[in-house]
Design a binder for this molecule. Structure first.
Ligand code: SAH
Length: 221
């Protein structure tokens, strides 16, 4: 399987990546740790070799099973909102290509990521690059349920459009924790940053407009 075979990361890729980081800076991403993580991760590894250049354009792109790898700006923006610290436990819903998971892992997080599509879950299991990140644990399951056995989490990130804030995900957030979730329907979503204070009180901030593939209920074989 192609995804298991190591790929090259040459000066051209690195140059394109520096340009991408510059673009993200111009679009307002200011967290240097996030920018460094994006500069470190060969995004072309996550796409078919035919799309190497497109990998460094700031846009989403189709991957397997009708899903997408999120736009680099979106990944950077959400990562910045999450404010991930080293060794924090982060729950991600929607592994997809695992690009966002790798950015979080590069930031030093212990990443727990859930994918509901078996075919995508298996595909990513073969991915050679994930061997760099023993701090990523992958699960095949339904993100609406979260991961009770590993809760609580310092941070929660949902990378699919949720019709509402899934209550279990907020339950599984530590006091002092942050969840970043795009909430809305197929016409568009508002990015929500949800904070739980030390007493367990939850507050919501509504941030920018985004478009994700839908967060669906249940697992898919
Ligand atoms: N984070 C990904 C983007 C994935 S696109 C990346 O960096 O590439 C959204 C993903 O969420 C899809 O793979 C989709 O199958 C998955 N998804 C949708 N609903 C889900 C659910 N309830 N639980 C887990 N994953 C879900």
């Amino acid at each position: 399987m192609l995804h298991s075979k190591p790929r090259e990361d040459n000066y051209l890729h690195k140059g394109l990546r520096r340009q991408l980081v510059q673009t993200l800076r111009e679009k307002g991403i200011s967290d240097e740790r996030v920018l460094a993580a994006i500069e470190a991760i060969p995004r072309h590894f996550f796409l078919d070799p035919a799309f190497e250049r497109i990998a460094y354009e700031d846009r989403a792109f189709p991957i397997n099973a009708g899903q997408t790898i999120s736009q680099p700006y979106t990944v950077a923006y959400m990562s910045q909102l999450l404010d991930v610290k080293k060794y924090e436990k982060v729950l991600e819903i929607g592994t997809g290509s695992a690009y966002q998971a790798c950015v979080l892992a590069e930031l030093g997080a212990m990443v727990y990521t859930i994918e509901r599509q078996k075919a995508l879950y298996d595909f990513v299991g073969d991915f050679f690059f994930l061997k760099h990140y023993p701090n990523i644990k992958r699960f095949y399951g339904d993100g609406y349920i979260g991961l009770q056995s590993f809760a609580p989490f310092d941070k929660v990130i949902v990378t699919a459009a949720a019709p509402y804030v899934p209550p279990k995900l907020i339950e599984q957030l530590k006091p002092g924790g942050i969840a970043v979730i795009p909430v809305g329907d197929e016409n568009g979503q508002k990015m929500l940053r949800i904070s739980k204070d030390k007493e367990g009180n939850v507050t919501e901030e509504e941030l920018g407009d985004f478009v994700f593939v839908p967060m669906l209920e249940g697992k898919n074989k």
